[in-house]
Design a protein around this ligand. Sequence first.
Ligand SMILES: C[S@@+](CC[C@H](N)C(=O)[O-])C[C@H]1O[C@@H](n2cnc3c(N)ncnc32)[C@H](O)[C@@H]1O
Length: 335
Amino acid sequence: MVRELSLAEIFQLGYYWETKILLTAVKLDIFSALRDQPRTALELAESLQLDDSALRLLLHALVAMRVLRKEGDRFSNTSVGQQYLVRTSPDYVGHLLILHDAEWANWGRLEDAIRTGKSPATQHVFATNPELGAQVLAVLDRIGQASGPHLAKRLKLSGITRMLDVGGGAATNAIAFCREYPELEVTVLDLPATLGLAKEAVRRAGLTERIHLLPGDFLTDSFQGRYEMIFMSDILHYQAPPTNAWLVRKAYDHLESGGRLVVKDRFLDPSRTSPAWTTAFAVHILVNTEHGQCVTSEEVQEWMRQAGFTAVEELEPCAVVQGLKPSKPEGQDHG
Ligand SMILES: C[S@@+](CC[C@H](N)C(=O)[O-])C[C@H]1O[C@@H](n2cnc3c(N)ncnc32)[C@H](O)[C@@H]1O
């Protein structure tokens, strides 16, 4: 039985002040300015060109939120602020929060979007601000490095030598898969601005011989060649369902007979009321992309069946689906 919310929890859900305080502090880069030594509000205001009285209010709230500390009239980072919110830290996650801050205006137009069905966004962040998109991917890449090896094992890719990763981002999955399967080579197709990040990651991983970068737009450019596996991870929610059905068919055409398409995304369950995070993500996608949508895994499986895939199945609930391109019957030469 699902527990009913208390009134206090309803108020908590409607209370976003602390969210915006944190996002603004990251945007103003206050934590980086406190990296080396404690400083007063006036010193910080002067170095960051801010109003010291207004800044002091923000700093006090950040102390109450436990990302800053105050001793006397000097402010310093707590250890969590120092580790994750200082720009030069190897664990910096601020780019993701800066993206959330950049999307604030679109969220402010949620009511309009619900009234009209029209998104305030005309393009997603990777198109409007490729630099921020790449920085966000760098954060997601660090977080994703923990799950990539597990996914590599789950997919059982032994014997596959040629894979295409459509919208492969920072090559997080390509690197994890190549580390697990020594015979695998992966082509990572992504927008040119994103591939700069992938190039650096592939070089650091020592995999330049096995991971090939293909700059392009997966909607308008060719997938170039035939593959034994095509992978699409977290890209379908940016497009409308008919475009995605078409992308699935495009993948079918670029697979060898017997090859497979694996799609990983944030799928809703058939009731569309779960997983909870994905139900909110679906609203995020509504206001921050022009045509994007979260779909159920059953919808993706249906696009696969319509394209001709067989043995279509959900490998991980609400997360991974796979379909096989049938092997050629003896003597037939098309695929
Ligand atoms: C959320 S990221 C996912 C990255 C990667 N697949 C992963 O799972 O870590 C979405 C990726 O799709 C890429 N992308 C979005 N639209 C694209 C398009 N039309 N053509 C090529 N890449 C695109 C973005 O640049 C970004 O790298």
